[in-house]
Design a protein around this ligand. Structure first.
Ligand SMILES: Nc1ncnc2c1ncn2[C@@H]1O[C@H](COP(=O)(O)OP(=O)(O)OP(=O)(O)O)[C@@H](O)[C@H]1O
Length: 720
């Protein structure tokens, strides 16, 4: 994979208020340089950061992705370039003592934190993942390399093995987390050579190189992938003009060295940026700086350059030269390689990984289905329970309503019986009256009888018995009046009989209703008891009627004595009936009371029913809410599962693609190898033939004619 070096420009805030700025940020990609308001030039880079840009934005744009790719085995280099005091250290490290300031800290602390965060994330995502971080920190001072992690002043040498450039003698410290790494950086930074110049109170006098080596091991199934990468974070010393820095002595020597290394860097960049010279010699070895950065400039790593500029008009020449350097950098293409070694049976391990992923997907699906079914069953159960409760409440309500209706029927019967009772009382009074009259009539009849009843009964003469009952005329008149009265009574009795018939019919109807009611709900009152009572009542009513009829017959016969007996019997009977009716009335009163209580209970039950209705409604609502929630949750779980499935499918596809690629590559390798093998065999055959022919030539050299013929034959056959 080849890609261009990314170049970003950053303009620092101006230091002079009076001067007009020579640099104007036109937009996110372009910056304009103006000299004396006359000649102006527009430069376009991958991104221009204006004075007010946040450190976080610089990191996100220029370094974040590169740091992430480092964990994938791709080397990365980020360096800050620019004149002295233009803000290189500010960009790379941040202002002094801003290591832990979330706003001000620079690109190095942010990269370190992000690198570890990314590695931790991978460790969580991968089946088996481990990493190892080693760090080296050196400075290039006066074109010598010094270790910033060691106090001795031993110089470090470079070993170039083509793709690898190693620092021989540099201390490599192993770190486990970002804090440890930042402590190492802090320690090294303290040893870095800085000095105050006219341009910068804390000017860097050396190029600082922080080298972070990342090694990761990832195991998927039986496939082991080892990746390694290097992240170079470089803070270059600034190019300086003696006219500005007013340097002399040691500072001047430093300045000369810095400028010469930067000149070599510029030369290499210029050569690399010209397509025609891309294959010509690049003088990396002319300075340690370019030699160390060899792989980052036209080499095998990804590179980002941040060019820092001073906007003031007095530095317009430096800004122009920085921007020219930046523009040349944008033309350089790197051939990025991924440092990755896979071990184990790749094809099988891919297949195994695919199989495992498929299994995982199936398991996840089955689990989701089970969960869904379980929740559905649970909610169904809850629903059935609520339904049963509601049915029980409804039947209770019906039962109570029925009881109330039975109570009402009883009350009606009681009222009917009350009316009957009153009529009976009236009848009794009338009978009493009749009895009184009969008594009077008897009193007046007795003196007319023979002195001794015994004698009369013993007499054998029938004509004598007839004379015994002869009445006086006044008595006869009285008897005639009595006959009228009896007739009247007879009429009354008939009327009463009718009334009793009506009442009896009503009673029968009520009894029938009661029977029906009690048949349906036997536990309210024993049906037998009630029917017994009603039958009894009917019997007594029938008995009354019979009695009245007999009375009527006796009256017709005209036997006063028998009537007396009959009336006294009737009176006794009536008294019994009355007491019976009274007791029945008491029973009815009791029943009415019961009905009242039932009504109260019914009201209570109605209230209860209302409450229960509310409860059912609440239950139903809750059940519906639960159901909705379950459904919602199931839907959410399903969506998550689907998402996960899609992701897994995606990774499966990727794996399959990779597998196909690997298979294709291995097939290609095989065919290439077989072609090579065939070519080699062909060559070998030729060599053997040549050797054979040369032996023949030597052997036949004594026979010139035969040799000439053979030579001719060889040329014709085109063997040679
Ligand atoms: N973008 C910026 N915002 C605020 N202050 C800045 C910015 N850039 C630089 N400065 C300030 O300018 C001064 C010089 O910056 P810095 O030391 O980073 O420059 P430098 O390019 O590293 O210089 P040298 O090459 O001499 O080391 C510092 O005090 C720094 O805080």
């Amino acid at each position: 994979m080849s890609c261009y070096i990314k170049v970003y420009g950053r303009v620092r805030p101006s230091t002079s208020r009076n001067q007009q700025n020579a640099l104007t940020v036109v937009d996110k990609l372009r910056v304009k340089v103006e000299a004396d308001g006359r000649c102006e030039k527009l430069y376009e880079l991958h991104r221009i950061f204006a004075e007010d840009i946040a450190q976080e934005d610089v990191f996100t744009t220029a370094a974040k992705k590169m740091v992430e790719e480092c964990t994938e085995g791709i080397n990365g280099t980020i360096f800050a370039y620019g004149q002295t005091g233009s803000g290189k250290t500010h960009t790379m490290l941040g202002p002094a003592d801003s290591w832990s300031d979330p706003v001000a800290k620079g690109l190095i602390p942010r990269s370190v934190e992000h690198l570890f965060a990314q590695l931790e994330l991978k460790a969580q995502e991968c089946q088996k993942f481990s990493f190892k971080i080693n760090v080296e920190f050196v400075e290039l001072y006066n074109d010598d390399i010094f270790d910033l992690l060691r106090s001795d002043s031993n110089k470090i040498t470079l070993r170039d093995t083509g793709n690898d450039i190693t620092l021989v003698g540099a201390k490599s410290e192993s770190v486990d987390n970002s804090l440890d790494l930042m402590h190492v950086v802090k320690r090294g930074w303290k040893s870095r050579r800085t000095a105050a110049t006219a341009m910068n109170r804390d000017s860097s006098r050396s190029h600082a190189l922080l080298i972070i080596k990342v090694c990761t091991e990832e195991v998927t199934g039986s496939l082991k992938t080892n990746r390694s990468s290097i992240l170079n974070l470089v803070d270059l010393a600034g190019s300086e003009r003696q006219s500005h820095t007013k340097a002399s002595g040691e500072r001047l020597k430093e300045e000369t060295n810095i400028n010469s290394s930067l000149t070599v860097l510029g030369r290499c960049i210029r050569l690399l940026s010209k397509p025609s010279t891309s294959h010509s010699f690049i003088p990396y070895r002319d300075s340690h700086l370019t030699h160390i950065l060899k792989n980052s400039l036209g080499g095998i790593s990804k590179t980002a350059v941040i060019v820092n500029m001073h906007p003031d008009r007095s530095f317009v020449a430096e800004s122009s030269s920085t921007l020219q350097f930046a523009e040349a950098c944008t033309m350089i293409k790197n051939r990025v390689l991924r440092n990755e070694v896979m071990s184990g049976d790749q094809e099988n391990s891919y297949k195994k990984a695919i199989h495992e992923l498929r299994q995982e997907i199936d398991e996840t699906r089955a689990k989701a289905r089970e969960e869904f079914a379980r929740r559905l069953e649970e909610s169904e159960k809850n629903y059935q329970q609520l339904l049963a409760e509601s049915t029980a409440l409804k039947s209770e309500h019906t039962e109570l309503r029925f009881k109330y209706n039975v109570g009402l029927v009883r009350k009606t019967i009681a009222l009917e019986l009350d009316a009957t009772n009153k009529r009976c009382q009236l009848l009794q009074e009338q009978r009493d009256e009749l009895r009184e009259r009969l008594q009077q009539s008897l009193n007046s009849t007795i003196p007319m009888q023979t002195p001794c009843g015994k004698q009369r009964r013993q007499s054998s003469r029938p004509q004598r018995r007839e004379t015994v009952y002869k009445h006086s005329p006044s008595r006869l008149a009285e008897l005639a009046g009595q006959d009228d009265q009896l007739h009247e009574t007879e009429l009354r009795v008939a009327t009463l009989e009718n009334e009793i018939q009506v009442v009896r019919a009503k009673l029968e109807k009520v009894t029938e209703e009661k029977f029906k009611a009690e048949e349906v709900h036997a536990d309210v009152i024993s049906g037998e008891e009630a029917s017994g009572r009603i039958e009894e009542h009917s019997r007594s009513t029938a008995h009354d009627n019979q009695g009245e009829r007999a009375e009527y017959q006796l009256v017709e016969e005209g036997s006063t004595r028998e009537m007396e007996k009959h009336y006294s019997f009737q009176i006794k009977n009536s008294a019994e009936q009355i007491s019976d009716l009274k007791s029945r009335l008491d029973a009815y009163d009791q029943e009415i009371e019961e009905a009242r209580l039932l009504r109260l209970r019914l009201e209570e039950s109605q209230n209860k029913e209302k409450e229960l209705g509310k409860m059912i409604e609440n239950f139903r609502k809750q059940h519906e809410d639960d159901h909705r929630e379950y459904r919602e949750e199931i839907r959410r779980v399903k969506a998550n599962m689907e998402k996960e499935l899609a992701e897994r499918q995606k990774s499966l596809d990727l794996l399959q693609n990779e597998l196909e690629k690997t298979v294709r590559a291995s097939n290609k390798q095989k065919s290439e190898a077989s072609l090579q093998f065939e070519a080699k065999m062909e060559n070998l055959k030729k060599i053997i033939l040549i050797q054979f022919l040369s032996h023949m030539v030597i052997a036949l050299s004594g026979y010139p004619r035969l040799f000439a013929g053979l030579h001719h034959f060889i040329e014709d056959d085109g063997v040679l």
